[in-house]
Write a protein that binds this ligand. Structure first.
Ligand SMILES: Cc1cc2nc3c(=O)[nH]c(=O)nc-3n(C[C@H](O)[C@H](O)[C@H](O)COP(=O)(O)O)c2cc1C
Length: 442
């Protein structure tokens, strides 16, 4: 049957009620259950892609790529800690819990990071011997849930990270579904096996910044003032949160934007709460500058870091280092196209797999199933991560040299322009081809 003349030949989809929106309404109507998934915000957001570097030419002098040095080291915890952490590269591995990740994945992260001289971080649910054993520098997370919190492990760590929030869910707690609460995970968290678990959204023993100050001091006493104390916040009010963390005595502030991954949270939360990291770094740096603390305590930025260009841009905006989660998992083997047939069995495709909460990851990374976890070879996956971290560093150095910088930390906002007015306003750099920084210059 031919369509009547008034009928369009191509179906026209609504931007508001897109096919994905319609499918989600239908799914919600059929199940009555909200969607949970892993990963970070998937919508298009202002990001580092909206910034470009101005390479050197007549007014600036570049460095020769293969002969002239461009250093990449960073020391974290120079403010108060007796034993600050020295990293060879400014890219660290973000906190990802054992429970969310398999034990071989945690081991692989440790192997890969240690091979290139950087740190890994524990996560909700405590420290595993695998990650301590294979991480030459390990940061121990102190979380609202206190799952797996153990003073002995605290002393075994090289730094402590107090988690106030995450970029994917600032103000929200964690989720670990029963499928992933294996006997080992349950034992470490002192929780029943196989039962859905929620992690608290706020620490049980404080109601505000004064309590944070007391907590930092307690942790310093416990660790003999040796270990740097980090404070991690999800980007939402970066100026005030950074200022309060700094005033409370943090050595390092970790600022995590909304593209940042999570193991599992409500989709509506991931996509609608928080700030992209592009919009958060400059206010955080401003807070530190206003307190005379920029570069005296260190700022780590995270949330959607993928390339050496992202690393260089975050540093140019004033961060001292970055942290990566999702990209590290991809480097280990997450969303590998070779597993396409298995992703299809889970109703998805390589490149879009995000149902990490189900514990069915064919790559053996976001699972507690012993058979699936055994698929990940930690030595091989660790080498892949080390390769990737090296590439990130080489790429960042390439850009820094082109801007005439002999250290990645010499990159500065002056090296950047923005492609959109929005990015110019958020990053506080001029719109490309103009001297205009919206909100700052006329
Ligand atoms: C699988 C997974 C598990 C995570 N678990 C934790 C956690 O236990 N504690 C925490 O503070 N953040 C956790 N995060 C967030 C990361 O620490 C980090 O903030 C985020 O991954 C950075 O953004 P990116 O993934 O875009 O690199 C997790 C992220 C992922 C992907």
């Amino acid at each position: 049957m031919t369509a009547p003349p008034s009928h369009r030949t191509l179906p026209r989809f609504s931007a508001t009620f897109s096919p994905q929106t319609i499918a989600e309404i239908q799914r919600a109507a059929a199940t009555g259950i909200y969607d949970i998934r892993g990963g970070g915000a998937k919508r298009v957001l202002p990001h580092f892609d909206d910034l470009l570097f101005l390479g050197a030419s007549i007014s600036r002098y570049p460095l020769e790529g293969y002969r002239e040095k461009c250093s990449t080291d960073v020391t974290l915890g120079t403010r108060f800690a007796k034993k600050p952490i020295k990293l060879k590269i400014p890219v660290t591995i973000a906190g990802m819990s054992f429970g969310a990740l398999s034990a071989p994945a945690k081991e692989a992260l440790g192997r890969g990071a240690s091979a290139v001289g950087t740190s890994t971080t524990t996560g909700d649910g405590g420290m595993t011997p695998e990650e301590r054993g294979h991480s030459s520098i390990l940061v121990y997370q102190y979380l609202p849930s206190r799952y797996g919190m153990n003073p002995d492990d605290l002393r075994k760590a090289d730094a402590i990270e107090i988690v106030i929030g995450q970029g994917a869910k600032p103000g929200g707690g964690g989720m670990l579904l029963g499928q992933k609460i294996s006997a080992r995970v349950a034992r470490m968290r002192t929780l029943p096996e196989g039962i859905d678990q929620r992690s608290a959204c706020r620490h049980p023993d404080w109601t505000g910044p004064d309590d944070l100050e007391i907590k930092i001091e307690e942790l310093r006493e416990l660790t003999d003032w040796e270990k740097p104390i980090y404070v991690k916040v999800g980007a939402s009010r970066p100026y005030y949160d950074t200022a309060l963390a700094a005033k409370s005595g943090a050595d390092v502030i970790v600022l995590d934007g909304m593209q940042g991954g999570t193991a599992a949270t409500q989709e509506v939360f991931i996509e609608n709460v928080g700030l992209p990291i592009l919009a958060a770094i400059r206010p955080a740096v401003q807070a530190l500058q206003d307190l005379g603390l920029h570069r005296k305590l260190q700022l780590i930025a995270s949330g959607g870091i993928r390339t050496g260009a992202d690393v260089a841009k975050a540093l140019a905006l004033g961060a001292d280092a970055v942290a990566i989660g999702t990209a590290a998992l991809i480097a280990l083997g997450d969303n590998d196209p070779q597993l396409q047939a298995e992703y299809e069995k889970l109703g998805t495709v390589a490149g879009a797999y995000d149902d990490w909460q189900e514990g069915l990851d064919p790559a053996g990374i976001t699972t507690q199933d012993p058979t699936l976890a055994a698929r990940l070879d930690p030595a091989k996956a660790g080498r892949r991560l080390a390769n990737y971290l090296s590439v990130l560093t080489l790429e960042a150095q390439t850009i820094a040299r082109a801007c005439g910088k002999s250290h990645l930390h010499n990159l500065e906002p002056e090296d950047l322009v923005a492609l959109t007015i929005e990015a110019a306003a958020m990053a506080g750099v001029p719109l490309a081809g103009t001297n205009w920084i919206p909100g700052i210059t006329k």
